[in-house]
Ligand binder design. Structure first.
Ligand SMILES: NC(=O)c1ccc[n+]([C@@H]2O[C@H](COP(=O)([O-])OP(=O)(O)OC[C@H]3O[C@@H](n4cnc5c(N)ncnc54)[C@H](O)[C@@H]3O)[C@@H](O)[C@H]2O)c1
Length: 396
């Protein structure tokens, strides 16, 4: 599933080219998606980079995750973080101090308002952007970055609507000489890659069951995270990682999903909260591969758990983990590739792709399909019904 199927690609291009109105993506005549570019995406000229020249990078959004990315990035060779942008002065100052300490020179800073990232993008010497803003900002920053001819490592989810995800995909497809990598760091992990290879070569037989869950603690993140319009709800903000792994394991996109959940457990401590506190979903893939997933913010100490496992007719594998077993008790070659800091692997892969002209290790097609699956599960949970992939392709 490195690329979309031809049918999906055509559907995606048609929806972008035709714009929202023609694809039926409107409510009372008003577009639902915020940042979709109509018609042909911009074809940009990449900022030239010499073989020995330091890669000049700007960071946009340097809160918790952005500073984690910055810390890992500053350890890579032959790079310079020359500019930072954040609308939160405290976060901007903290990140600027990290850069100055690592590089001995303060970066240029931006952040007077939510559009100031565009002034950072105007710097002609910057080759690449790393961005980790709240989710609702992702597509417009990605589209502007690509239009400015800069490579981008953009945090997940790719977007919060089908139309915006398709617009990002179309922009990346029109600019194949730019590396557009989604923040799915597990895809850069040698251990995850080995697990997928072992599934593909038939080590666990035909896929039967996907056993996934993420049980967070009972003090959920608040602020923009608890505002559905900004985060997309946990299906997009958090679980799109798992949805991406499900698609990667299956090697294709799903057929349909069912789900149900609770969304009113923390309103006393977090008024105005409108995200889902707990849900369970069942996702069906072709060839009767059935995945079940539970996800919530209700677990006390001792009950926080996480799993991503694939079970087949001949065995099972723990994705990114240590275990692989055969059902018939036969010996099986152990998993052997390295485990480590997946974020460091992902940023190194991003830089290597830029320098070597290789495709992104976590391409936009995966970001788009994970976004669609997250939206499909969200719709199933909100409406307590079965939702099909075909239906999602007609949705914004
Ligand atoms: N890949 C991962 O494992 C992983 C882990 C955590 C978070 N994330 C993702 O990273 C993103 C950020 O999450 P976080 O936990 O760092 O949130 P955060 O709230 O700590 O940081 C977001 C930062 O973006 C800034 N910001 C908001 N709008 C901006 C704009 N228009 N221009 C510039 N800066 C702007 C905020 O001021 C803030 O400093 C989210 O999309 C989240 O889903 C990914």
């Amino acid at each position: 599933m490195d690329q979309l199927t031809r049918r999906e690609m055509l559907a995606a291009s048609a929806s972008v080219a035709a714009g929202l109105a023609a694809s039926g993506c409107s409510q009372n005549g008003k577009p639902v998606a915020m940042f979709t570019q109509a018609a042909s995406p911009v074809k940009a000229t990449p900022v030239p980079l010499g073989p020995d020249e330091p890669l000049k990078v700007g960071f946009i959004g340097i809160g918790g995750r952005g500073r984690g990315l910055l810390d890992a990035f500053l350890k890579l060779p032959n790079q310079q973080v020359v500019a930072l942008c954040d609308i939160n002065k405290e976060n901007l100052d903290k990140a600027a101090a990290m850069v100055e300490k690592a590089q001995g020179k303060a970066p240029q800073t931006f952040g007077k308002d939510a559009d100031d990232f565009k002034n950072l993008l105007d710097r002609k010497d910057i080759h690449a952007i790393v961005t980790a803003t709240p989710c609702f900002e992702h597509p417009r920053i990605m589209l502007a970055t690509i239009a400015a001819g800069k490579h981008i490592y953009g945090e997940k989810p790719l977007a919060l609507t089908v139309a915006d995800a398709d617009a990002c995909l179309a922009a990346a497809e029109a600019n194949k000489d730019l590396v557009v990598q989604v923040g799915f760091q597990w895809m850069a992990s040698p251990r995850f890659q080995e697990c997928i290879e072992r599934i593909r070569r038939g080590d666990i037989g035909r896929l039967v069951e996907g056993r996934f869950f993420r049980h967070n603690g009972s003090s959920p993140l608040i602020g923009w995270f608890s505002d559905r319009a900004k985060s997309g709800d946990w299906m997009l903000e958090q679980a799109c990682h798992e949805y991406n792994i499900m698609n990667w394991v299956a090697g294709t996109t799903p057929i349909k999903a069912y789900g149900m959940g609770w969304s009113n457990l923390y309103q006393d401590v977090d008024p105005g909260r409108n995200v889902t506190d707990y849900y369970a979903a069942i996702i069906e893939y072709p060839d009767n591969f059935i995945v079940h997933y539970a996800h919530g913010w209700i677990s006390p100490d001792g009950f926080r758990e996480f799993a991503q496992k694939a079970i087949g007719t001949k065995g099972a594998v723990e994705l990114g983990g240590d275990r692989i077993s055969r059902s018939d008790g036969q010996q099986i070659e152990p998993l052997k590739s390295p485990k480590g800091d997946d974020t460091a692997f992902a940023l190194k892969a991003f830089v290597d792709s830029i320098r070597d002209g290789k495709p992104a290790v976590a391409p936009v097609s995966y970001g788009r399909n994970a976004t669609l699956l997250a939206l499909m599960v969200r719709k199933a949970v909100y409406e307590r019904r079965e939702v099909t992939w075909k239906e999602m392709l007609r949705t914004c």
